[in-house]
Design a protein. Sequence first.
Length: 298
Amino acid sequence: MSEPVRQHWVPKIYLRNFATPESINMSSPKVNVYDLGFKKQFCTSIDKVLVQKHLYTLGADSDSPLYVVEKTLAKIEGWSKSCIEAFSKGQTIHTNPQSKYIAAVFFATLLMRNPHMLEVQENGFRDLKDLRENSNYSSLESKISDFIIDEENGESLREISDWFSQLDQEGKHIFFVRSIIDTATTLAQSLLKKKWCLLRSVDGYFVTSDNPITVFHPKASPYGICTDGVHIHIAITPRILLLLGGEVSLDENQVYDVPLELVEHMNYLTIAKAERFIISSFTFDDLQNLIRETKQKI
């Protein structure tokens, strides 16, 4: 059996929910893609979109490359398949804590496995280094002592910053790959603390993107996924969207029919958080104005 060299950062098990109507029953269905960079749309197989060679491979150029992360992600996708199918049918999974945890891990990996996280990771350590060089680092370190990860060995933020700055590109890639599963399992616990409900479109349709987990705070900036008041959503199908939030006024584990106005608002947030590509079951002719307005406001 050949090794999984081509690795999707948005898995096919999720993308096929946005297959075009005419290809939905094919073994390799197609999706409509809008390229925000070139401002053009095209239709392509889910085999050919949001994929990169050796994205999660450890030691890709060595004689013995390791595919353990890609294979682990594939297992998580397989375990979560029934949960995604339940959501796509407008069913909640609150009666099964194990299913909900698996879904939370799957959604957390979707957030962490994006290649954009390589840039986020590097920027974060660069900001940490700048703080160290341009401010009272000792004072800063005492204020955020909760982030000291190994008190016994004295492995503080200072040492972590120094360590990361000495890594070459391969070392930074390895750090990114190895952190996907570990970080995702921690994030999953945070997701489970939020209220989960489904929104079902009465009119219009939801789109997704190359960054399908949309994290939004209506007031705070900057903010993290665990910040109070953060809302998280992910389009499950063109008709169903999963909404998670600690302060959502809707009841947990319910399904709500929502009008076109709210569907467009959710699409606005999805497009705003996209890195480059928007994915849809339908062409983007009806969404051209929304795409243009969204990108003009960012």
